[in-house]
Design a protein around this ligand. Structure first.
Ligand code: PLP
Length: 405
């Protein structure tokens, strides 16, 4: 991989922050956008902007065609069987809420359970928790081991507790643990339990094949995979999506409306109410092509090298406490030092132009489990370099020294 040339694709990286060259290590929160994605959005507004699906005029037809081609690109990217299994949403959070409000409203009854894990992002906790409260159902949690891997010792027992859905992240945004979703899907399916995979942290780092995984739903956000904000995807097997009621009501999601009654549109439009985010959808398509051109396998290998290097270097610092040392990890590093607040380290690194995330990372139950208020999190992308990691380590050393003086 030619990282120098890749870095040139990302104009935002070429700037100084607080007088220092920007080192962006907050990729788990959001990734930067390559010029091709920025150009695609700009070109859309310069050439074919118009509302989709209902227009007979040429621009509307061009925009509709571009949007529907993008749907096929997403379908192929995750190897979905049919393009109507791809529903465009605002992002992971909206996709999960969509499933919670439609699937679970329909199938979750009093006394049933939703099973999640201890490492989930709030987006994969709160929608289920609120629903369980409404329905007098139970929210069950797969615990974790000290190294940040899921504790699967009682998972069969948990799956036997009237579970209506297993909703689980592929990769933890805090610990970087790659969860054994293939095994969990197999175990759940043996008990006829459908599975939703939160792929927010994996879709830009691992090859996703929904048919091979055989998951029932899979959700992700464009902005974590070099695409714009405000666009995301819900994948659902056709059989499931057909069984679900609409999520929201209004234009686009209808076939026919009378004051007395409405006939809803077919898939996937039944779930896409109102004017869609066409610029976001086209930006997502270009980001996918961009990733495919570099190659997800090459990306995963390179990012893994960065992770190994950074882990080794950080490990040399006395008093470091790593959170998440699972065998299978993606390029996310969470850590603390005894007696130093995570946000103080983040603030000093910022003065050096280094962007990391600090705090609870929208995973407060996990923080409680780890007995910390938050962590410092560095998350890498394929445009990061070993030299940047060296600067980051020097920054952490300096912060540690200043904060223990
Ligand atoms: N799930 C995971 C694992 C995440 O890391 C995130 C964001 O950090 C989300 C869900 C929520 O994604 P979004 O805010 O794009 O909806």
């Amino acid at each position: 991989m030619n990282v120098t040339s890749i870095r040139n694709d990302f104009p935002i990286l070429n700037q100084t922050i607080n007088g220092k060259p920007l080192i962006y290590l907050d990729n788990a929160a959001t990734t930067q956008k390559p010029q091709v994605v920025i150009d695609r959005i700009s070109d859309y507004y310069k050439t074919i902007n118009s509302n989709v699906h209902r227009g007979v005029h040429t621009l509307s037809q061009r925009a509709t065609e571009a949007m529907e081609n993008a749907r096929i690109t997403v379908q192929k990217f995750i190897n979905a069987k049919e393009h109507r299994e791809i529903v465009f949403t605002k992002g992971t959070t909206e996709s999960i809420n969509l499933v919670a409000q439609t699937f679970a409203q329909q199938f979750l009854n009093e006394g049933d359970s939703i099973l999640i894990s201890a490492v989930e992002h709030h987006a994969n906790i709160v929608p289920w928790q609120q629903l369980c409260k409404q329905k007098k159902a139970n929210l069950l949690v797969i615990p974790i081991l000290e190294n940040g891997e899921l504790d699967l010792s009682n998972v069969d027992e948990l799956l036997s507790k009237n579970v209506t859905l297993l909703a689980i992240s592929h990769i933890s945004n805090v610990l970087g643990t790659i969860n054994p979703i293939e095994l969990l899907i197999e175990k759940a399916h043996k008990k006829n339990i459908p599975v939703l995979i939160d792929a927010a942290q994996s879709v830009a780092h691992e090859t996703i094949d929904v048919q091979k995984l055989d998951c029932d739903f899979l959700v992700f956000s464009g902005h974590k995979m070099y695409a714009p904000m405000g666009i995301g995807v819900l994948y659902g097997k056709t059989d499931w999506l057909n069984k679900l009621p609409p999520y929201q009501f209004g234009g686009e999601m209808i076939l026919e409306v009378r004051f007395e009654e409405t006939i809803f549109n077919e898939l996937p439009f039944k779930f896409e109410t109102g004017t869609p985010n066409v610029e976001g959808i086209l930006g997502l398509e270009t980001a996918i092509h961009y990733l495919q051109k570099i190659g997800l396998k090459q990306i995963a290998e390179y990012e893994h090298k960065l992770l190994t290097y950074a882990t080794q270097k950080l490990n040399e610092l006395s008093g470091i406490i790593f959170h998440g040392i699972a065998k299978h990890k993606s390029a996310v590093l969470s850590f603390n030092f005894q007696g130093i607040h995570n946000s103080d380290i983040g603030a000093i690194l910022d003065q050096l132009g280094i962007a990391v995330r600090t705090g609870h990372h929208c995973a407060q139950p996990l923080m409680e489990n780890l007995c910390v208020p938050g962590t410092v999190r560095a998350s890498f992308a394929f445009y990061n370099t070993k030299e940047e990691i060296d600067m980051f380590i020097e920054g952490v050393k300096m912060a540690k020294k200043m904060l223990t003086m």
